[in-house]
Design a binder for this molecule. Structure first.
Ligand SMILES: [Mg+2]
Length: 348
């Protein structure tokens, strides 16, 4: 089987008039890029890469895939997807296998795996060999721009939908405001639902230790991205100083960033993002590397690719998702989602 054609579709959306906000940025959600890989056997595969911000980003990514990455994938056999992944990293090394480049590699890597699963007629987790039938999931519900009433409402909805863990944004100007929000949410969800807190890189290491101690006392389950993502020494200091697990990784690129963080003892729970990691090939590598160091894996973002990867990881801890919409393919049982059943990364 050979890749004969790659279509790149840019999907622009009007930025939301009421963007969600974390402690670092506002996320108007402006579009995505879809890559469709076609083969000489008539089987195709799709990779969708979403953009939260940057009006020009989807077009810039499409151009990068078209001119830089696509020529390296045309003519390859999807069965050798890991080889193609390495070739893409090698060829982009000159300008940096990081940033937008990784978004492009992730799109193609996803499409190639999807194609291979479809060619074999099985879900990708079956290609890889799975170990979990269901994955615990939590709902990221408490955006920073939500008022108390709104945050109470979405938390109540999450619990009603069957989630047994929710995450909220923190990183308000003061610790007192953060703790007040934690109390509001705890009063709504009760003591049996886990609560994670995420400051989106907004604090200094000293302040992150101070707030981390308070979250620890409040019974929060993990303390996510308290400080800038690349501050490996800061993260190592936090992980050493605090008992509450330090979760980070959504802004790390490739398996090599994760290897440095895990090897340095700078992270307790790894949270790779499909796009920045570089696709399913990289997520599997990161997950197993973390497992070798006995560090759990919690996805950044959800979707069929992350679920399929987590199905195969011994250290799968939590899938991240939002509230389930009425048309969501996900169903919750005992706080867990089941695996996609369609070929490749198709839901059914
Ligand atoms: Mg986060």
């Amino acid at each position: 089987m050979k890749v004969t054609q790659i279509d790149i579709n840019v999907r622009r959306r009007e930025p939301s008039s009421r963007p969600i906000r974390d402690a670092l940025q506002s996320l108007p959600g402006v579009g995505s890029v879809q890559v469709v890989v076609q083969t000489d056997e008539g089987v195709s595969g799709t990779g969708d890469i979403y953009f939260g911000r940057g009006m020009g980003a989807p077009d810039a990514l499409a151009a990068l895939i078209e001119h830089e990455l696509k020529p390296l994938v045309l003519g390859t056999d999807p069965a050798f997807v890991r080889g193609t992944h390495e070739a893409l990293l090698r060829e982009t090394e000159y300008h940096g296998s990081s940033g937008l480049t990784m978004f492009g590699i992730a799109a193609l890597d996803t499409a190639l795996w999807d194609c291979l699963g479809k060619a074999r007629g099985v879900p990708c987790w079956q290609l890889w060999g799975a170990m979990h039938e269901r994955i615990p999931a939590y709902a990221m519900v408490g955006w920073l721009n939500y008022g108390d009433d709104e945050v109470r409402r979405v938390c109540a909805q999450a619990v009603e939908q069957g989630f047994r863990a929710v995450k909220i944004k923190v990183g308000y100007p003061t610790l007192a405001e953060d703790l007040r929000r934690v109390r509001v949410v705890r009063a709504e969800i009760g003591d049996d639902v886990r609560l994670m807190v995420d400051a989106n890189q907004s604090l200094t290491a000293k302040e992150a230790i101070r707030r981390g101690r308070a979250f620890q006392e409040s019974g929060c389950y993990w303390w996510e991205e308290p400080i800038p993502a690349d501050d490996i020494e800061g993260y190592a200091a936090l992980a050493h100083a605090l008992d509450i697990p330090i979760a980070t990784g959504e802004n790390l690129y490739t398996r090599h960033d994760f290897a440095r963080f895990v090897g340095r003892g700078a992270v307790d729970i790894v949270q790779p993002d499909l796009r920045r990691a570089g696709g399913p090939t990289a997520l599997l590598q990161i997950g197993l590397t973390a497992d070798a160091f006995r560090r759990p894996y919690a996805s950044h973002g959800g979707g069929p690719v992350q679920i399929s990867v987590m199905a195969c990881l011994p250290n799968a801890l939590y899938l991240e998702t939002g509230l389930l919409s009425p048309d969501s393919p996900l169903t919750l049982k005992d706080g867990c989602v089941s695996l996609p059943t369609g070929a490749g990364f198709s839901w059914a």
